[in-house]
Write a protein that binds this ligand. Structure first.
Ligand SMILES: CC(C)(COP(=O)(O)OP(=O)(O)OC[C@H]1O[C@@H](n2cnc3c(N)ncnc32)[C@H](O)[C@@H]1OP(=O)(O)O)[C@@H](O)C(=O)NCCC(=O)NCCS
Length: 178
């Protein structure tokens, strides 16, 4: 299991659904492919900036294999009795080499959107990142991605937003640990 001070936990969404949140593991590679397959074209495009029909194996592998320090990802999963675990949301960061700045990305499958999962994952990720010495998150958001812009606004996390080449480059300083 991941060598990181993160205890897997159960998260209750705003509609009462419970999901499990844990660090990603290499065995999640096929589950990531299934999660992307469960996303609408729009969700995939907002996350990957490309109309992927299927998450390519090499990319799934890169996303599933992290070092838990410079590259880290949390997954939210559901596990219905008698069926396989399913990834319903992912939040990750990727540190710019030897800095305290990391690029972040989050995605929630459409069926689970608007239940507080994306914001909860990002808030938990921010705490993990802080513990790993990261002070600032950056991310790229398409201007038409009102859901992500709305989420960041709601969390009070848009500190700097710059429109460059048709995308917003956003950065925000992570809240101090309480
Ligand atoms: C952005 C995304 C992660 C949000 O996940 P989510 O689980 O639906 O978000 P939450 O339920 O935590 O929403 C938190 C707040 O964000 C805002 N928000 C979320 N979806 C919204 C929408 N469709 N329209 C407007 N505001 C929205 C709201 O303020 C919401 O709070 P509220 O529901 O109390 O009004 C999800 O829409 C997604 O996966 N989008 C595609 C991938 C992506 O755009 N990633 C960002 C770039 S890496």
């Amino acid at each position: 299991m991941a060598q990181v001070g993160f205890e897997p936990r159960v998260l209750e969404l705003t509609d009462g659904t419970r999901v499990h949140v844990r660090p990603i593991v290499p065995e999640d590679e096929p589950l990531l492919i299934e999660a992307v397959a469960a996303m609408s074209e729009r969700t995939v495009y907002f996350r990957f900036f490309s109309p992927l029909k299927r998450l390519p194996d090499a990319l799934a592998h890169r996303l599933a294999v992290v070092d838990y320090n410079d590259r880290f990802a949390l997954v939210a999963t559901t596990h219905k009795p008698g069926s396989r675990e399913r990834i319903v949301g992912v939040a990750r960061y990727d540190r710019a080499a030897k800095t305290d700045v990391a690029e972040t990305a989050v995605a929630v499958i459409d069926e689970f959107q608007r239940r507080g999962l994306g914001s909860a994952l990002l808030a938990i990720l921010a705490k993990v990142a802080r513990d790993q010495g990261i002070k600032t998150f950056t991310l790229i958001v398409l201007p038409e991605n009102q859901q992500m812009l709305g989420l960041l606004r709601k969390m009070g996390w848009i500190h700097h937003a710059k429109l460059t080449g048709g995308v917003y480059e956003i950065s925000f300083d992570l809240p101090e640990q309480s």
